[in-house]
Structure formats: C-alpha cells, structure tokens
Design a protein around this ligand. Sequence first.
Ligand SMILES: *Cc1c(COP(=O)(O)O)cnc(C)c1O
Length: 328
Amino acid sequence: MNAIEKNVDRIRFAHLPTPIEEMKRLSAELGGPRLFVKRDDATGLALGGNKTRKLEFLVADALAKGARTLVTAGAAQSNHCRQTAAAAAKFGMGCVLVLDGREPDEPSANLLLDKLFGARIVWVADRKDRESTQREAFGKLDDAGEMPYFVPYGGSSPIGAMGYTFAVEEVLAQGIDADWFVFGTSSGGTHAGLALGARLFGYRGKVLGISIDESEAWLKARVSALASDASELLGRRVEIRPEEILANDSYCSAGYGVLTGAEREAVTLFARTEGLLLDPVYTGRAAAGLVDLIRKGCFRKDESVLFWNTGGQPALFAEKYLDILDRA
Ligand SMILES: *Cc1c(COP(=O)(O)O)cnc(C)c1O
C-alpha cells in the first residue's frame, strides 16, 4: 500500500494488474499509431469490467458503515448492476436493483446474471420516477432493518472514482508510456479517476473520454467536479478544472444503447484483427470513436494509444443486440 492510498478503505478482490496487450494487427489495418489495450474486461468479479475497480472502494465503504444490503440503479442491461449484484453475493450482502423499463418475458445477458446472483429487482417504467422509486426501495429496506447502502449510479461517486485513480498508478508501473488513454465515458467515474490519477501520479499523456451518451460540456463539468471532490478523500483537495478534461461527444447522437453501423464495425474489427471482444453499448462505441479519430489522422504515427477495454461483453448476448453477431 502506498502513502496516498492509506487514507481510503479498500477491499482487494479485483484481478490486478490487468494485462496490457499490443494490438499490432489492428494498428496495421488502420495505418495508425501504436495501439495497446488495457484489459479491464479481465478485472474479475462476474465476467469483469470497470465497475470492479470502483466496487473495491464502494463495498469497503459500505461494510465500514455497517451496511448489509447494496442498492443501486441502472439500465436493464447495466454492467454496473450485474457487478454490484455479484459483489453483494460475494460479501454476503443483499442486493436491490432499480432498473429502467419493464420486465421482459425472457431475461437475457446481464439481467439473467442479476437474477442468478440473487438480486431483487424493482422496475421503473418511466425514467423520471427512478429517484423516487429508489428512495422508496431504500426506505423499505431501512424500515425492515436490512441496513441499505446506496451505490451511486454507475458507481460514480468520489469513492468509486478511487478505483481509476489507482489504476493510473498501476498502468504507469507496467512500463507502457502511452501518449493517450482512450476509453468510453458515461457516468464519469472512470474518467474522473483517470484524470485525478494522471495528476497525482504524473502521467504526462492525454486522457480522452469518448462519450457514450452525454454532452462534452456536461462531461467536463461532471468529471472535473468528481475528480476534485475525489482528491479530498486522499487528504488534500486538488482542483481539476473543466477545461482540463478531454471529452469527445461526436459518437453518441444515436442515444444510449442504440447500436449503429459504427459500433457494429468496431466490434467486428477488434474481433477479426485481434480476437478481442468489445460490447455493443460502451466499448464498441468508444472503439468506433477511436477508429474514426485514427482515420481522420488525429494521432501522429509515432504516438501510442492505450485503449481501456472497460468490459461489458455480457451485453453481446442480450436479446436486443443478438443481430450484432448475426449481421456482422
Ligand atoms: C459503466 C461502463 C462504462 C462507463 O464508465 P463510467 O465510469 O460510468 O463513465 C464504460 N464501459 C463499460 C463496459 C461500462 O459498463
């Protein structure tokens, strides 16, 4: 444990460090910069993904506060909910998930796994009722003495962001001096952690989030605030300004979870050049952005780019995305 980390509770269960692999065939195919992938789809915990790193800190906080039930919310195919349900099972806690939409006749992919882990599911037909439904579910658990703990949406709170703050220390110790980190960004915790970690551990490259569903302006404000607030947990506030946050929102106009030709192409390209699996919602979209930026010549040939594969592969098998495998 290093001097900075001793200020925050953490339970280590992620499979770390995750490997870094060079993607030579993809780089040659695109005529682009040197490309590497950080295999955060291999973090362990129920098929892995970026939420594992956040949950090391969130579960530690929940247990330190005496909680016995994890409560969180998300989309029906939320990776965050799947991994939170698994973490709850692993630590002998209950789990309640507030999911958007209506219960499908045949649960598939992440939703099937939520059930396998024993999570209780509450459906919210209208997204605007999400918060009130959450509060109600939380209140009921509280009244029943189940000691609920609220895990924020996407695990993106200052505590959750710690996971990616320390991921920067990890990656720097792996000796790959990439000029760019590129990854999908949505609720901002991954982005904030990487931005703060870059500052604290002296990463000199650029930290570029490809937006999955939010505007650049929203991400700059959200991620800078989250990163600055997260720094306080480590003992001293570090101010990260919105202008310092790099976010590209050119690839999300289709809306959250809507699969377009761009994601399909990226998923297929990574599969066929590198034998790597991306997911339709997050890493497929982020990779589609990366591929487009490479084609537009946004990276110099002598630069290197580290793409964070943040996971999400179970969604490849979700009913609504089965055509990605079929039509590819
Ligand atoms: C949640 C998620 C993201 C986005 O991370 P945030 O911290 O919410 O911005 C990216 N990729 C995958 C696979 C995810 O599940």
